[in-house]
Design a protein around this ligand. Structure first.
Ligand code: AMP
Length: 162
């Protein structure tokens, strides 16, 4: 490889390192960590003049009776209540961090890690922001959703601590 080619490659590497973020995705479970992540997301979106979008993944679940049979009716009622609450929380957080376009605020359904990753890929997200922990305790170095995203994301990931 000639000296000229090497120099060109080094320049490209340098250029890649300084590309500004264009689309930042904040994934929230409405925990204290995630709220703080929201403040950081807004700050970075302003700094990079980036689009900021917000998702919460509604974890689908099954309720069982004492015979371990799935209970349909109670489940639907409870799911609807939780779904409505999640929608309300999302709207409040979007308002707090100044996301105005409803298309940038989405309530998704599925398994959190896989759903957030698929959404990020589909929408050309170049930075995912999550709290280092969520609602499931602080025992681990990183929460399971957070570490799953760090390990598998197609882009940069920022985990925000309290
Ligand atoms: P965890 O890994 O569950 O401790 O959560 C860490 C972070 O992942 C949270 O602070 C959120 O930013 C994100 N997160 C966890 N669960 C969800 C979810 N259901 N929807 C969107 N983001 C989530």
């Amino acid at each position: 490889m000639s000296q000229e080619t090497k120099t060109t490659e080094r320049h490209q590497d340098t250029d890649e390192q300084i590309l500004p973020y264009k689309h930042i995705l904040l994934a929230t479970d409405f925990s204290a960590h995630a709220r703080r992540a929201g403040q950081r997301a807004r700050e970075l979106a302003d700094k990079y003049q980036a689009r900021l979008s917000l998702v919460h993944v509604f974890d689908d679940f099954v309720l069982y009776d004492e015979f371990y049979e799935p209970v349909a009716e109670e489940r639907f009622a409870l799911q609807q209540t939780l779904h409505d609450a999640a929608e309300q929380h999302l709207a409040t957080l979007a308002d707090e961090i100044g996301i105005e376009d409803p298309a940038d605020v989405q309530l998704l359904v599925g398994a959190p890690k896989a759903t957030i990753l698929a959404h990020a890929e589909e929408h050309d997200v170049d930075l995912i922001i999550v709290g280092s922990h969520g609602r499931r305790g602080l025992a681990r170095l990183l929460g399971s959703v957070a570490s799953g995203i760090v390990n598998a994301a197609p882009c940069d990931v920022l985990t925000v601590r309290l």
